[in-house]
Ligand binder design. Structure first.
Ligand code: ADP
Ligand code: ZN
Length: 661
């Protein structure tokens, strides 16, 4: 049995077939474990007991759980692979593949009755050509991987629907992965109306009962199309014929806690195990994927133009060096006259504006006017964000909240001054500088549930507001035909992120954000405000620099520095309440690894050094990175470090192919 505990071990139990019934690999059983009980997954069944050390007696399985939850062989393979590659216990990996609390059936609230209206669309010539190529290649050698590269609005989704239709007609099932936030009812409706069958939305916000219910229906083949966030890669679809990974470059495919897998990458493996075709879709493919295209492992297809020949929006650069901020003193956000004029024109014409600002709150930090002290979180090494509507200070790392202190805690007398703007202050600012603005905001402070998200998007789409402010949440695939003006409030933050993927990501974000403009009948404009407007990424966005040239240069640089996709990156993070412990263990681990590595690979070890965020939740963090030339060494490095850390008093967090520093 594999148990959902942080243990690298498989456990033996006795099993009584007479009372419990037949059991097979993948089944879940209830077992005593330590002083408690838990659900364990059967890895293999043997008719004879293993030889045990003296005095050790096997414990017995108490119950077999509903076999509907049996892990499919293909998912078992996926979890074993994931467990090994991401260096995470098998039992816990397997637990991600089933709904919670399977030991007791939970009543689900009445499921939505699918009233599916079937109105398929006729594909354009270009869509038809792409779809036929996929069908042809897939028929010849099942399980191939395709990259469908197409600008936003080029009609990729219709190609997906056409492909899913083909697979369903052949009796198979299909999985559609989308970035977390793009999970909208809108997309489901498009699939359902295109296919004429119900599709399930699979995401973490479902209640336990709903999850169990959905799981059963998918497992039993009642639902053959699943649309979901990364965790849907484990959905128990049988006869899987097609996996679609939309916006394959999106960083939210990476899980950032516990089982730190990359959903897109697991989708590729699932496709391989199931012999199902995989379509990776994007307007801005990741360098990892582009490199695989170059190596001939992925078949590259393109949709070059927007559907209905609509123009991509015109890009306007607004230099904040040249244009001083409007209303300085009363308006917190740096907004240039050009930008404000464009927004006002848009509103006056009855059209809609979207503003992108990837910072929440009212002020980024409070500065004491008396002594210069900054109000920091006591548990984390960042300043606390100031909120004004419901006045409080909030730590964006640990979530701690505090009332706003009257005076500075350091000098006792100074008054605070709020520095830097966020989405909350931007909202206030826009009310000052625009006439007739009805503003909605999309950020994690306001949007706390899937339902809230959908309501806000619907409200905006129905034109009950004409301005939408959003953070990263806003970027993904939403379709707003009324939007003709998009404003990137501050592009510098995107460009200057300390990460080797910063440029790649900035380009992806800018292309995505820009793609929100001009999706309807009217042409769109995009205003990018910033200081460093000569940056290559910006020159690509304006069309001054060829994108392929830029990407080739990025790739060359990655290769020279041995960064992914030319190596596999692994991060070891050492966390402790004591700064010295975290530092010393990290240093020792680095020495251990350096000793193990052949001379020529030692340069691929980075650190140890303080994490980008040196302290979070009261714990100090030191990082060690290794750019491994291959999988084998990645694995051995992990083993070595884990063995070395042993029971030293630190938390070791291993992250394979990390995305966020
Ligand atoms: P993408 O997924 O590449 O962003 P979409 O598939 O969302 O593009 O298509 C963009 C717009 O064009 C959508 O509003 C969609 O409804 C419309 N569209 C795309 N293909 C067709 C088609 N074959 N017939 C009618 N409308 C289409
Ligand atoms: Zn904090």
């Amino acid at each position: 049995m594999a148990v959902p505990r942080p243990l690298d071990a498989i456990f033996d139990y006795t099993y009584d077939t007479d009372t419990l019934g037949e059991v097979e690999a993948g089944d879940w059983v209830r077992v005593p474990f330590g002083k408690g009980r838990l659900n364990a997954c059967v890895i293999s069944v043997h008719s004879e007991a293993p030889t045990l050390p003296e005095g050790v007696k096997l414990r017995a399985v108490e119950a077999r759980l509903d076999p509907v939850f049996r892990v499919l062989p293909e998912i078992m393979k996926l979890c074993s692979f994931g467990s090994e590659y991401y260096q995470y216990p098998l039992g816990e990996a397997l637990a991600s593949a089933i709904p919670p609390k399977i030991e007791k059936p939970i009543k689900a609230r009445a499921a939505r009755q699918p009233g599916v209206s079937h109105s398929p669309r006729t594909l354009s010539g270009a869509q038809q050509a792409v779809s036929e190529t996929i069908s042809r290649i897939d028929a010849g050698s099942p399980g191939r991987v395709f990259l469908l590269e197409g600008v936003t609005g080029s009609g990729k989704t219709e190609v997906y629907i056409d492909q899913v239709k083909r697979v369903l007609d052949a009796g198979g099932s299909a999985l559609v992965l989308v970035p977390e936030i793009a999970l909208t009812a809108q997309l489901r409706e498009r699939f359902e109306s295109g296919l004429g069958v119900p599709a399930a939305l699979w995401h973490s916000a479902l209640a336990d009962g709903q999850r169990q219910d959905l799981w059963r229906r998918v497992r039993l083949g009642e639902i053959r199309v699943v649309i979901g966030a990364r965790s849907a890669v484990f959905a128990p679809l049988q006869k899987l014929g097609m996996i679609i990974v939309d916006e394959e470059h999106d960083p939210t495919y990476k899980q950032e806690e516990r089982f730190r897998y990359q959903g897109r990458d697991l989708a590729l493996f699932r496709g391989r195990f199931a012999k199902a075709a995989v379509i990776l879709g994007s307007a801005t493919p990741s360098l990892e994927t582009l490199q695989r295209v170059k190596e001939g492992k992925i078949h590259h297809l393109r949709l070059d133009r927007r559907f209905s020949e609509k123009q991509l929006p015109a890009i306007h650069l607004v230099s904040l060096l040249e244009e001083s901020p409007v209303g300085a003193g009363t308006v917190k956000t740096h907004l240039a006259e050009t930008t404000i004029r464009a927004m006002q024109e848009t509103l006056d014409r009855g059209e809609q504006v979207i503003l992108f600002l990837n910072r929440r709150g009212y002020s980024q930090f409070l500065l004491c006017q008396g002594c210069g002290e900054v109000k920091k979180c006591t548990q984390c090494s960042i300043s606390m964000t100031h909120y004004q509507k419901r006045p409080l200070l909030k730590c964006h790392v640990c979530g701690a909240k505090e009332p706003v202190p009257r005076h500075c805690h350091a000098c006792g007398t100074g008054e605070w001054m709020g520095m830097g703007s966020g989405t909350e202050s931007l909202e206030d600012d826009l009310r000052l500088v625009l006439n007739g603005a009805q503003i909605l905001r999309l950020d994690r402070d306001l949007i706390t549930s899937q339902q809230r998200l959908e309501e806000t998007l619907d409200e905006f789409r129905a034109k009950r507001a004409n301005v939408l402010i959003g953070t990263q949440m806003l970027v993904k695939g939403h379709d707003f035909p009324g939007v003709t003006c998009v404003v990137v409030v501050s592009v510098d933050m995107l460009l200057k992120w300390p990460d080797f993927r910063a440029s790649e990501r900035a380009l992806q974000t800018l292309v995505q954000v820009s793609g929100r403009a001009g999706r309807g009948e009217l042409p769109g404009r995009v205003f990018i405000q910033g200081y460093d407007l000569e940056h290559p990424v910006i020159r690509v966005v304006t069309g001054e620099l060829d994108r392929n040239e830029f990407l080739a240069e990025e790739l060359a640089m990655r290769e020279m520095l041995a960064y992914p996709p030319f190596s596999r990156l692994i991060r070891f993070r050492f966390e402790s309440k004591e700064e010295s412990v975290s530092r010393e263990v990290a240093r020792g681990a680095a020495e251990e690894l350096r000793r193990l590595l052949p001379e020529e690979l030692r340069g691929r070890l980075l650190g140890p050094s303080e994490a980008l965020l040196p302290r979070a939740n009261g714990r100090y963090r030191h990082d060690l990175y290794f750019k491994s030339p291959g999988v084998e060494l990645l694995y051995r490095a992990g083993q070595a470090i884990r063995a070395w850390v042993g029971d030293r008093d630190v938390d070791l967090i291993v992250d394979v192919d990390p995305y966020h520093s």
